[in-house]
Design a protein around this ligand. Structure first.
Ligand SMILES: NC(=O)c1ccc[n+]([C@@H]2O[C@H](COP(=O)([O-])OP(=O)(O)OC[C@H]3O[C@@H](n4cnc5c(N)ncnc54)[C@H](O)[C@@H]3O)[C@@H](O)[C@H]2O)c1
Ligand SMILES: O=P(O)(O)OC[C@H](O)CO
Length: 332
């Protein structure tokens, strides 16, 4: 039986925008926080300015220590990994070499590993055998968490007691964490919503308007649900914060990097121009999600279209014309 009191010190691996936001959230929940950045330059910049370069304007309290040594995370009773999905394995390999396994490792990444088709908790389990995995996901912009604006997310683990204890340990009045025993459902929602956010951005970038966006969000959500259920997600989880909740946020706001990436594609930029050096996880997830859907006989026309556009196989307008020309069929 786990309890929140077991988790007094939290290690955060990855000092980007979300790492900083979750470090702040954990500190506000009364935890001591150890924030690990892989390079000395970032640690030095954080130590000097008391803010993370990717989350400017949000000062870090003294209860957050910054380090470039993974060995310094040994004191933490739970770890949260906030590195991008395609780099998650590398980060977990490094942790496995420096730290004993066994403590909970919570993924905060939203994607699917391109090379393997594994979800993020599966990547952690494979790269760091013996770790107990969990996933934290839901509608939350790092900047909003950083500013202390009200946010709600879900934390899921196979062991419901552990999920509850971690959720209690990391929650504070403005950062509410619901707990769940459906980690697969939670991680699928976070991965798939990024692909849909790109599609919504494309529709708006093309000037197709709000009615088109609403249609895309609704049809995209049913695509997410088909995919999720084929890969073991519970339907109720997909209807919750980490599924529908995050689709609503990410498809509606240009603050989403995935939406902004799609917007730029819709406005005629190439994929490389549209990315502009910012992380758009959906650009890496779209093709593997479409491939995995095909393997289980699930139709994902929106992910297929996003994949083809990013690969440069079709123009944005051709791709959307293809979607609009699909046969008329029953909605459900
Ligand atoms: N920013 C948000 O609002 C937000 C919200 C929810 C979830 N997320 C998720 O969090 C993850 C990270 O996003 P972010 O916004 O923090 O990105 P970011 O680009 O701001 O930061 C990523 C950080 O990871 C570090 N990194 C990359 N590879 C690494 C490795 N191998 N080892 C150690 N560190 C490494 C980079 O140096 C960088 O500091 C993504 O999966 C994203 O979907 C982000
Ligand atoms: O900026 P994005 O598109 O990575 O979205 C950030 C969060 O995932 C929103 O919940």
């Amino acid at each position: 039986m786990s309890s929140a009191a077991e988790f007094q010190t939290i290690g955060i691996a990855g000092a980007g925008a979300y790492g900083a936001a979750l470090a702040l959230a954990a500190a506000r929940a009364g935890r001591k926080v150890l924030l690990w950045a892989r390079d000395e330059a970032t640690v030095a910049a954080i130590a000097t300015n008391r803010e993370v370069p990717r989350l400017p304007g949000v000062p870090l309290p003294d209860s957050i220590s910054v380090t470039s040594s993974l060995a310094n995370l040994a004191e933490a009773q739970a770890l949260i990994v906030t590195v991008p999905t395609q780099n998650l394995r590398q980060a977990c390999d490094a942790m496995a070499r420096s730290l004993p396994a066994g403590r909970p490792v919570i993924s905060a990444a939203k994607g699917i590993e391109q090379a393997t088709g594994l979800f993020t908790t599966q990547v952690i389990a494979e790269a760091w055998p013996g770790s107990t995995t969990a996933i934290l996901s839901g509608p939350s912009f790092a900047a909003d968490i950083g500013r202390g604006l009200p946010t709600a997310v879900t934390l899921a683990a196979e062991d419901p007691d552990l999920a509850q204890a971690l959720a209690q340990a990391l929650s504070s009045p403005a950062f509410r964490i619901y707990h769940s025993a459906d980690p697969r459902g939670v991680e699928i929602g976070g991965a798939a919503k990024n692909v849909l956010a790109i599609a919504a951005g494309i529709a708006i970038g093309l000037g197709y308007g709000e009615s088109a966006r609403a249609a895309l969000v609704a049809r995209g959500f049913s695509e997410l649900r088909r995919f999720g259920e084929a890969y073991g997600a519970q339907g109720e989880t997909l209807m919750g914060l980490s599924g529908l909740g995050d689709v609503v946020l990410s498809c509606a706001s240009a603050q989403s990097r995935n939406f902004a990436f799609g917007l730029a594609l819709g406005q005629g930029k190439t994929a490389a121009e549209a990315a502009g050096g910012k992380l758009a996880e959906g650009a890496f997830t779209a093709s593997i999600l479409a491939e995995m859907a095909l393997a289980r006989g699930v139709e994902t026309p929106i992910a297929d279209a996003v994949t083809a556009i990013i690969a440069g196989h079709v123009s944005v307008r051709e791709s959307v014309a293809g979607l609009l020309a699909r046969p008329i069929r029953a909605e459900i």
